[in-house]
Ligand binder design. Structure first.
Ligand code: SAM
Length: 399
């Protein structure tokens, strides 16, 4: 994923297909400067504007230097490295423990002080990277001011390097990788990397991509219907009878398949194109319509159009600041008389959500009622599995 900051409107523009953001018709504002990065393809792309958590002031200074900074993609950085370019990791010492293969470390705090001693020839090709491409842009600008003529910033930084599967200098031995890979820890790591670069919702597709077809690398993707939802559905004798159902953040589509089997006409959507492609392959024989779509920018025809909306674990990993907006969007899909079923990790109203995924409280859920829905059922079920212990809420609403 490539994202660019526009100094003019102070927004990030994100293209999750690594395409040229400035040429996408869906961008409501044409960013002030040319955002092209070498190696990116032309074409249409779904765009979304990310919710950032970097300060406005930091983004402002990044935005100011971006027009002067030349960027390379990960693929191009690797090619250039083969031809002698020096890849420099400008992150903090503590971040250097894992780094791009054959890179050198000169932290951003010392790079202006040390670069001339280390690379006195100012035409040396240097490619700088950080966590997500902002700190390296600032450092690139400074080196240019010092007279370096062939210096580049790697778009997306370490996050993009990892997501692309490019080699790292800390090789995980195969045996360790097989036995000790911890999908939850990796999920937290990748989510933190994206948050660090100001994109707390962009990590899903990177995680699906990195899993490369192995569902065990994705904590929630067990290829089974969610058991709490299934327990509720069996208890209530849920039947589709041709009604239209929408599965929000459907991932690999296991709950969509269950609804399909119950006789619903099912659409499942997810922001991750990789997940959707994967779901289509897994359920090729079904008549489920799987679509790549963003909850915040759904197809207009979906609004108020579904008799049954299922939301399992999509609200909880999204940032707390946008939780009401997430719930409003989900509520918007259901038709008058229709029903929404929510399955989520639960917490007490007075408990702080600790870490991702951030459990919902009953107070959080009351946002559904603020959307002219009536709660028709609420139940607490316990998950006592080792992997994800704790209460689950199953709540249903009717319009
Ligand atoms: C924790 S996973 C749960 C997936 C699935 N519901 C399940 O239980 O297996 C959350 C899912 O929501 C998707 N997602 C996150 N943000 C989204 C958005 N803005 N629009 C649509 N899907 C989104 C993610 O890609 C991911 O597949």
């Amino acid at each position: 994923m490539i994202q660019r900051y526009c100094v003019d409107c102070q927004m990030f523009y994100v293209c999750n297909k690594n395409r040229i953001v400035s040429e996408c018709e869906q961008v409501p504002h044409k960013p002030q400067y040319d955002l092209r990065s070498p190696g990116l393809a032309l074409g249409e792309c779904p765009i979304r504007i990310s919710i950032m958590d970097h300060s406005k002031e930091f983004l402002q200074i990044v935005g100011e230097v971006m027009p002067r900074v030349k960027e390379v993609s990960v693929a191009e950085a690797i090619e250039r490295q083969k031809n002698g370019a020096v890849l420099i990791d400008v992150r903090e010492d503590s971040e250097w423990a894992h780094h791009a293969k054959d890179s050198v470390h000169i932290g951003r705090g010392v790079i202006e002080r040390d670069i001339v001693n280390q690379y006195p020839d100012k035409s040396t090709e240097l490619i700088l990277y950080c966590g997500g491409g902002y700190r390296s842009a600032l450092a690139t600008d400074n080196l240019q001011k010092m007279g370096y003529t062939n210096v580049w910033s790697m778009a997306g930084g370490w996050t993009a390097w990892r997501a692309s599967g490019a080699p790292t200098d800390v090789e995980i031995p195969l045996l360790m990788a097989d036995t000790e890979f911890d999908p939850r820890a990796r999920t937290l790591e990748i989510a933190a990397e994206f948050a660090e670069r100001g994109d707390p919702v962009g990590w899903f597709d990177a995680l699906y991509k990195e899993a490369a077809g192995d569902n065990e690398k994705i904590p929630w993707a067990d290829l089974e219907t969610n058991r709490f939802f299934k327990a509720w559905a069996e208890k209530t004798g849920l039947k589709g009878e041709g009604r239209k159902a929408l599965v929000v953040g459907c991932g690999l589509g296991d709950d969509a398949v269950y609804l399909d089997d119950l006789g619903f006409t099912v659409t499942g959507f997810d922001i991750s194109p990789t997940a959707i492609e994967w779901a289509r392959k897994l359920h090729a024989g079904s008549s489920i319509q799987f679509e790549t779509a963003d909850l915040f920018q759904p197809f207009r025809s979906w609004l108020g159009a579904f008799d049954f909306v299922l939301e399992v674990y999509t609200i909880q990993p999204l940032p707390l600041e946008i939780r009401p907006k997430v719930i409003d969007s989900i509520a918007g899909f259901v038709t008058p008389g229709g029903e929404i079923v929510v399955v989520t990790r639960g917490r007490e109203d007075d408990e702080e959500p600790v870490e991702l995924p951030w459990a919902l409280s009953r107070k959080d859920l009351s946002r559904f009622e603020a959307n002219e829905l009536t709660q028709t059922h609420f139940e607490i079920m316990m998950d006592d599995s080792d992997e994800a212990p704790g209460p689950r809420f199953v709540a249903t609403y009717r319009r």
